[in-house]
Design a protein around this ligand. Structure first.
Ligand code: ADP
Ligand code: MG
Length: 615
């Protein structure tokens, strides 16, 4: 504006501006103050809130306290006890380090700190009224610190307007406190709203504390994680695939005790559950990552929610391997009847070492163990197909010459709890041409024939592809498919991958392509239709995918097309062959799309249902 001179903003105004970024709502105040209490070594932290935090936020801790002469500095901008030299910025071990939180909060509220160190004979208090800081005065108080924040945003009406109703703001506070508490099991956290108790987390074991993140009925469906390399450690819990939900509500991610969001780690988690959950679902997981402070930069985001890893590829690999290994070593078969906590013995069998070994060797070892002849589907018996369009034509599988070519390395034997992979001991029967019912060691299993065959095909294909290109069959006359320019571009991008899969596609005129070769095991399918469908799907969903992810997607599609369908009658020999191969694949309890292949009913469940037991 004309006439206005350039001038230095007052410190209090700078703080009010900065406070707008970090302190955007009452929950942010709680976050900063609770982090300070944790940094101060508190073993008990009490949070009292009135009117959703608009009236009062009070945090009482029993930590180390602040010396009286430091009290005015606590409210000063850019004043901290947590960074000594510049280098410290690259090895931050505390939650706070910018020295701005108390200054920012004081600038937009009526704040008071009451604090006493263990060697002081009295407590001292100091006030900050929207940036006007009082002298420290002696007062009555215990060792530790109490910070009170009243009338939040009293001098920033624009911000105050954005505060929602008390219930909403309190909801944010409660979520925030839970998030803060999860990695600190030895600290007790309590929260009250308008005098009413809202959250009570006594000091407990690490695993118990993490379970506070989830509803009670998740408890028995958890898998503890503890996995590490020389410097990085991953601890926490993941839920069995059936606990995956349409939102990330039950996912919590921490780095060195600090809650973060991270695309790499989320991706690694998703990949670890690939094929076990339906696409678009978020596995339940509370993951605590610990790594040397100098390997990560936490100073990239105002609220520190995002971080930058020095070697994100390594983190990705470790998270994926750790979780995948745990999943592969566990019984993932959903139970037909929801089981109450009394029926499940946790924790499940530990096969850590052997599985770690297995996982490391997976691509080569595993590929070599799958018997190739068993893969090729044999032509369907005439008259048995359902004729559901040329794509859905029936294809069955060949009965392997030796039903059990002993392909499993010895260490893949499973403990007694992992019964679902044990072969049924009596012949199975087919119901409605769709389901197989078989006896298992401890009850019975119901198998979705399409889902199981699809799963087996997928695993076998994956194993084959890791050994080299799939065997293909060349056409005398190519199958011509018309394509859009977008599809052509996609095709260029995925051509090398398609070649690995035995599909050769070449340009054929301005807006069509010719399919020259197609995998032998898919010979029952129409190659042109398959490629057209692949490109149509690709346009919508596959364009952003790369490498492995894309490979898995296409393998999924192939397996689905090649597998027996619901409604296909199977001969006893075919049923036997299918069940025999069930043991050959890992994770056979879920089809590649994440739907379960097998439901299990134990004798105990049956007895409960028939009211033979007291439960
Ligand atoms: P930071 O946490 O980034 O250092 P803050 O503004 O949050 O900045 O706090 C400033 C300083 O006040 C801290 O460095 C710490 O020395 C002291 N302090 C704040 N809260 C507490 C507390 N609850 N107990 C002990 N010291 C505290
Ligand atoms: Mg702080």
């Amino acid at each position: 504006m004309p006439g206005n001179r350039i001038h230095q903003l007052s410190a209090s105004l700078v703080n009010r501006i900065a406070a707008g970024e970090v302190i955007e709502r009452p929950a942010a105040v709680v976050k900063e103050l609770v982090e300070n209490a944790i940094d101060a070594g508190a073993s008990s932290i009490l949070v009292e809130v009135e009117d959703g935090g608009r009236e009062l936020i009070r945090i009482v801790d029993d930590g180390g306290g602040i010396a009286p002469e430091d009290l005015p500095l606590a409210f000063a901008s850019h004043a901290t006890s947590k960074l000594a030299g510049d280098d410290d910025l690259f090895r931050i071990a505390t939650m706070g380090f910018r020295g701005e939180a108390l200054a920012s909060i004081g600038a937009v509220s009526h704040a008071r700190i009451l604090s006493r160190t263990s060697d002081a004979d009295a407590a001292y208090e100091i006030f900050n009224r929207g940036g006007a800081i009082s002298d420290a005065q002696a007062a009555a108080g215990n060792v530790g610190t109490t910070v009170e924040v009243r009338n939040l945003f009293f001098n920033t009406p624009a911000r105050r307007k954005f505060i929602k109703g008390a219930a909403t703001e309190f909801g944010h506070i409660s979520e925030m406190l839970l998030r803060l508490a999860l990695p600190y099991p030895h600290v007790a956290f309590r929260l009250s709203h308008n005098g009413r108790k809202a959250l009570d987390l006594p000091a407990t074991s690490a695993e118990e504390r993490l379970l506070a993140a989830w509803p009670d009925d998740f408890r028995e469906l958890r898998l503890p994680i503890d996995y590490r390399d020389a410097e990085i450690r991953l601890r926490g819990l993941v839920g069995l695939p059936e606990l995956a939900r349409p939102t990330g509500k039950y996912q919590f991610l921490y780095l060195n005790g600090r809650h973060i969001r991270d695309k790499f780690i989320q991706h690694a988690l998703r990949e670890a559950f690939r094929g076990l959950t339906e696409p678009g679902r978020y596995p339940a997981a509370v993951l605590l990552l610990e790594l040397p402070a100098q390997d990560v930069d936490v100073n990239v985001h105002p609220t520190k929610i995002e971080v930058r890893f020095r070697d994100s590829g390594r983190i990705h690999g470790l998270v994926m391997a750790g979780i995948r290994e745990r999943l592969l070593g566990s019984d993932l078969t959903p139970t037909a009847i929801p089981i109450r906590s009394d029926a499940v013995e946790a924790p499940r069998v530990e096969m850590r070492e052997k599985l770690a070994e297995f996982f490391r060797q997976m691509p080569s070892e595993y590929a070599a163990t799958v018997s190739a002849p068993a893969l090729s589907p044999s032509p369907g018996t005439p008259g048995e197909g359902r004729g559901e369009g040329d794509f859905e034509r029936r294809s069955t599988f060949e009965i392997p010459n030796h039903p059990h070519p002993n392909p499993l390395p010895e260490y893949r034997a499973r403990g007694p709890e992992l019964t679902p992979l044990a072969l049924p001991s009596a012949p199975a029967i087919q119901l409605h041409n769709s389901y197989l019912v078989a006896q298992s060691d401890d009850g019975l299993v119901i198998i979705d024939q399409h889902a199981l065959h699809e799963r087996i095909m997928y695993e076998e294909l994956l194993a084959r592809v890791t050994r080299g290109p799939l065997e293909s069959q060349r056409f005398l006359i190519p199958h011509v498919v018309s394509v859009s320019s977008r599809q052509l571009a996609l095709l260029d991008q995925i051509r090398p991958l398609l070649e690995r899969l035995g599909i050769e596609v070449t340009p054929f005129g301005p807006d069509s392509v010719g399919v020259q070769a197609f995998p032998s095991f898919l010979e029952k399918l129409d190659a042109g239709t398959f490629v057209r469908e692949l490109l149509e799907r690709g346009e919508q969903e596959l364009l952003d995918m790369h490498g492995e992810e894309l490979l898995h997607e296409i393998l999924d599609m192939m397996a689905c097309k090649a597998a027996v369908k619901a409604g296909d009658p199977l001969t006893p020999a075919e049923i036997e062959a299918l069940l025999a191969r069930r043991a050959l694949v890992e994770r056979s309890s879920n089809c590649p799309h994440g739907r379960p292949t097998t439901l299990r009913l134990s004798l105990r469940d049956l007895e409960k249902q028939f009211k033979r037991t007291g439960f």
